[in-house]
Design a protein around this ligand. Sequence first.
Ligand code: FAD
Ligand code: UDP
Length: 374
Amino acid sequence: MKILIVGAGLFGAVCAHELAKLGHDITVIEKRDHIAGNIYTKDIEGIQVHEYGAHIFHTVNPKIWDYIQQFAAFNRYTNEVVANYNGELYNLPFNMNTLYQMWGVTTPEQAQAKIAEQRKVLAGKEPRNLEEQAISLVGTDIYTKLIKDYTTKQWGQTPKDLPSFIIRRLPVRFTFDNNYFNDPYQGIPIGGYTQIVEKMLDSPKITVQLNTNFFDAKETYLQNFDHVIFTGMIDQFFNYRFGELAYRSLRFETEIKDVANYQGNAVINYTDAKTPYTRIIEHKWFEFGQGNQKQTVITREYPQAWQRGVEPYYPINNSENNHLFTQYRDHAKKAAPNVTFGGRLGLYRYYNMDQVIAAALQFLDHSPLTGHQD
Ligand code: FAD
Ligand code: UDP
């Protein structure tokens, strides 16, 4: 079959790779001037720069870990984030180090007692939003210094109006363990992420066209291909007929600094309200400082409002938007039976990389394109 894949990000690349192996003719179109979507990394002076923010691969799923290893060797990087709140430094995620730094407590029992005391402001209610969920998990002091302002900057709205699942992405643990993730598999591909997508797309059955926007010739593409896998915005695909889904955008400001070591860690979060960015990443520490020994590359991440024409980095998965998404999804089944919507934007989900790969493989496993019927 002739298959068009819109978007050379991870979802599109996994589909292209697997479908090309089965002999389909694949055309991948990508509106940006490079492949790899948001996992794109670029070599600057031997340092792999994560052009769209810090990307750490982590998963609970050994099958996905095996799958990704086909395309790169991974180092043993473990994400250990530091938070800077008006010059006070705390370890993240919330663990015994953080709790000691915040309150001077030295045992899990003392820490749990302190949180239980502060949780009383909720008067035993079930948490209904991010603020209540955060206070219930870690108490009011940590909420105030490490969560409230960061979250407000990140999402452009009060944590009272945000879904609680967002804060449950972060572990809370009563051990002295600064690992940002609970997953048993974690690392950074040695030499960056772009090679992964390059290898996925490296087949005589795959043609890649950069600087090519699907919407410049939507009807022609739909006519000329037997099937389309679309990893852009589902609401845009249907010309926003039921209204816009909400997204959050970002602006990245990258600088080369004439120092060997700028901040001593890959990721430092700025959790106060005054600092306009949420985090600074110093890319060389993802690969233990290799590359340029005299300079370093840093990126500041500024959250910004989304509007049409701006990159939609995060779906805002509150119940209203999720409901609107199901309207689009149901409509898609009837109005576009030869189009599969996939990835963070096509499925409107706050997916990590491993979940995107799992979703792509799951789709392929149940698709007539691979000889399966669902
Ligand atoms: P994308 O990478 O967005 O790819 C979609 C592609 O489609 C893009 O290249 C886009 O340009 C193209 N496209 C869209 N519309 C069109 C069109 N009309 N025509 C042509 N092309 C089009 N995940 C982790 O596991 N660990 C992390 O540490 C992590 N950190 C992150 C940090 C940030 C700041 C962000 C934003 C995401 C992070 N993620 C992380 C998530 C990760 O980036 C995604 O899971 C993954 O990149 C999604 O892949 P995708 O193919 O769905 O989407
Ligand atoms: N968060 C926070 N303070 C921090 C880091 C994270 O309050 O220092 C909250 C914030 O709401 C954020 C969520 O936790 O959106 C999830 O954090 P994660 O690091 O997973 O966000 P991502 O890397 O996806 O932007």
